[in-house]
Structures are given as structure tokens and as C-alpha cells.
Ligand binder design. Structure first.
Ligand code: SF4
Ligand code: SF4
Ligand code: SF4
Length: 394
């Protein structure tokens, strides 16, 4: 029997009793009892619709993996939700960029009568209908089929998406040895904090451990860019706030940070949550807020000491030719896409740092290992072409 047939065999009363007995809750950021959401939708006058998807703020999309490994389960759960609400239509929302996944799902979606949409869910227009997380749909299908096991879905750099007990310690899922920070549930944590958290805190299914080679400021800028791209722009605080937050983090990574940026980040970030309609505006500032609160030394190093502790921000990295080692072979000139290496045979070559994009191609090609990348100070270098062996250090 299909899941929908199983649901019909239970009937509306049997089904609602089963869901209530299991205490099924909405997955993700808004964990209400699922049946309360059904009752609210059923109180709507006129047609009711089912809208399934991720939380809008889930720009990492780790939980989309469920649609790759068990799409039928998610679609079955949406069908059951449709049955509970007598839905006039059922929709599954996927992020705008996921067109390939959408195409791959289209045939199955048609079979289940679910309409696919590439967008974020408009929370205002869908307020009275049944909005549900796609994981709730999968759980609902399992519940109807008698295969439900309580737990949460997580994935890490080592492990693909899997269901684990909600109280599993983060330290049992990832190695925190040598970690600089942990990104989970839309926030940064110190490794010590993360050790006390559980899989239930990873509400978007992703646990990411950052090493000391990764820059918190640069990673925050990347996250904010993704959030900005996800924002529909209807709320001023989300639209403008994300532009400002991303701009400031990018400026800091480009060695143009200002001391006032931290206070401004705090001010904008704290104002976004209460002034926005959906999870994008409500949680995306947490990346910047937790970064500046828990890792202030990273920001201080960029802004005040002109240094990226991870050595990851190109603006703070120097690439130069060691005048004592260069043989003047010219191999680096041939590979430099920016054309910013000056030299001639048997002369010490020179890099124009202003034009250099820090691509590292010259480092790879130099057999003498004469091209050095450093986050520290530059040594004394020639300021004009000098014959190999003729440059004096002092
Ligand atoms: S918070 Fe507002 S502007 Fe941002 S994505 Fe949600 S509805 Fe759109
Ligand atoms: S830096 Fe390396 S590749 Fe370039 S001229 Fe000198 S020795 Fe050759
Ligand atoms: S790092 Fe790239 S751009 Fe810079 S000098 Fe080397 S090859 Fe050229």
C-alpha cells in the first residue's frame, strides 16, 4: 500500500490521533505541534494550500539531500498533509538556484500531484495555509507507514546526511580537536560551547567545524552574501541590513575595516530580527553577531593589526620573489595571468603587488621555490631589476 492509502485506511480521526500520540512537531526553526498547524489551516475560510520547503533562512540547504535520497517519502508526507487539510493544491518550494534538482524531481512531483516552485516561501501570503518543513513531511510519511523513529538529520564534512538521536553530543559527531569555531544552527560557537550542544541544535542539519586556516570574517562575509541573495527584499531591515552587514565584513577582509564597524554590525544585526517577516531576516544576522561576540580578536587583528590570523584574506597576504633564491629563469612570467611579474633572463624577478591577484600560479611553477607567500612583513626587496647574485641584503 502507498503512504496515502495507509493514511486513508486510518481515516482522519485515526490519523490525527496517531500524529498527536507521537507528538510530531514541525521541523526546523519553528517547532510547533504539527497538528496545531493543521487545525489552524483548517480554520481558514476558502481553499487551503500546503506549502512545503526548507526554512527560508536555510541557505546551506543540507536538508535538501532528503529530496535526493528519498523524494517519494517527502512527496508522500506532503500528500498526507494535503489529505488532512483537504488542500486545493500542494507545493514544494526549492531554493531558486536548485534548478537541476527541481528538474530531476519534476516527474515524481507530478505523480504525487505536488507543484514545484523555485523560490522562498512568501510567509505573509501563506499565513493561513499549512506551511511545513520538508523534513516534517518525511517524518509524517514515516509515521503513517509505521517506520517513524524520532531523531534529527545532520551532516558533517565527514558524513553524509543521516538521522541521529536528538541528544547526540556534537563532540560525538565531529572532531573538535584543533577547531577554531563551529558553525551550526545559524550561529558560530567556540569549540568549548559546541562540545555541550547536541544534534538538536543543528536545526538546518549542518555541522561545520572551522580550522585555524579559515577566517571567521571571510566566512561570515560569504554567508551573508548567500543570505542577501536569498532575501526577497520585501522587508527593509532584511534587504538593507544584509547589504550593510555583508559590505562591512567584506571591507574588513579587504583591509579597509573601520573600528566603528563592530558597533554598527551589532546595531543592525539586533534590529533585523524583530523587524522582519521570515527566517531570512530573523536569523541571518546571527552569523555576524556571534562572530563579533565570540571571536572579537579575529576582527581586531584585521582592523587594528592589519593581519588575518588565518592567513586566508588576500589583502593581508604578500607574495614576493626572494632575491637570494631567484635564478632569473622566467618561468613565473609565463604563467602569471595578471602579467605583473617583471624580469629578464638572469635578472632577479619582481612582482608588482598592486596588480597581483594572489592566484599562486607562480608559486606552483617556480622550481627554485623562490616565490614566497607570507602574512608577515616583507623583507628588503630590489626596487629595480638587479642581476642574479648582485642584490645586497643590507
Ligand atoms: S525577512 Fe522579509 S525581505 Fe527577508 S526574505 Fe523574509 S520576507 Fe523577504
Ligand atoms: S621567481 Fe622562480 S620562476 Fe620566477 S624567475 Fe625566479 S626562479 Fe624563475
Ligand atoms: S600570484 Fe598570480 S597574479 Fe600574483 S604574481 Fe603570482 S601568478 Fe601573478
Amino acid at each position: 500500500m502507498t503512504t496515502l492509502e495507509n493514511a486513508k485506511a486510518l481515516g482522519y480521526t485515526g490519523l490525527t490521533e496517531k500524529i498527536q500520540a507521537a507528538g510530531l512537531k514541525e521541523y526546523g526553526l519553528y517547532p510547533e505541534l504539527f497538528m496545531d498547524k493543521v487545525y489552524q489551516a483548517n480554520a481558514k475560510e476558502g481553499d487551503v494550500f500546503v506549502y512545503a520547503g526548507l526554512n527560508n533562512a536555510d541557505v546551506d540547504g543540507a536538508l535538501l539531500e532528503l529530496l535526493r535520497i528519498c523524494p517519494e517519502k517527502v512527496f508522500s508526507g506532503i500528500q498526507v498533509a494535503g489529505m488532512l487539510t483537504g488542500a486545493a493544491a500542494m507545493f514544494l518550494y526549492l531554493p531558486e538556484k536548485e534548478t537541476e534538482l527541481t528538474d530531476a524531481l519534476r516527474k515524481t512531483a507530478d505523480e504525487y500531484g505536488v507543484i514545484l516552485v523555485n523560490d522562498i516561501i512568501n510567509v505573509r501570503e501563506t499565513e493561513e495555509d499549512l506551511r511545513m518543513h520538508l523534513v516534517t513531511a518525511a517524518d509524517l510519511a514515516d509515521l503513517v507507514d509505521g517506520t517513524y523513529e524520532a531523531g534529527v538529520y545532520v551532516c558533517t564534512a565527514q558524513d553524509a546526511l543521516k538521522k541521529v538521536p536528538a541528544d547526540t553530543k556534537i563532540g560525538d559527531l565531529v572532531s573538535l580537536d584543533g577547531a577554531k569555531a563551529v558553525w551550526l544552527g545559524y550561529q558560530y560557537y567556540t569549540p568549548e560551547e559546541a562540545a555541550d550542544l547536541t544534534a538538536a541544535d543543528a536545526v538546518n542539519g549542518l555541522i561545520r567545524v572551522l580550522s585555524d586556516k579559515e577566517c571567521i570574517v571571510a566566512e561570515t562575509a560569504k554567508l551573508l552574501l548567500k543570505d542577501r541573495q536569498a532575501s526577497c527584499g520585501r522587508c527593509v531591515f532584511c534587504r538593507e541590513g544584509l547589504i550593510q552587514l555583508e559590505y562591512m565584513q567584506k571591507e574588513i577582509t579587504a583591509a579597509r575595516g573601520k573600528a566603528g564597524y563592530l558597533d554598527l554590525t551589532r546595531e543592525i544585526g539586533e534590529a533585523m530580527n524583530p523587524s522582519t517577516l521570515c527566517s531570512v531576516g530573523q536569523v541571518s544576522a546571527n552569523a555576524a553577531l556571534t562572530a563579533i561576540t565570540k571571536f572579537p580578536e579575529e576582527f581586531e587583528a584585521h582592523i587594528k593589526k592589519n593581519k588575518c590570523p588565518a592567513g586566508a584574506c588576500g589583502a593581508f597576504v604578500h607574495i614576493y620573489v626572494d632575491p637570494q633564491t631567484c635564478t632569473g629563469c622566467g618561468d613565473c612570467v609565463d604563467v602569471c595571468p595578471a602579467g605583473c611579474i617583471d624580469g629578464k633572463p638572469k635578472f632577479i624577478h619582481m612582482i608588482d603587488e598592486f596588480e597581483c591577484t594572489k592566484c599562486g600560479k607562480c608559486i606552483e611553477v617556480c622550481e627554485e621555490e623562490a616565490i614566497v607567500q607570507t602574512a608577515g612583513k616583507l623583507p628588503k626587496l630590489p626596487n629595480r631589476l638587479v642581476k642574479v647574485g648582485k642584490f645586497k641584503k643590507h
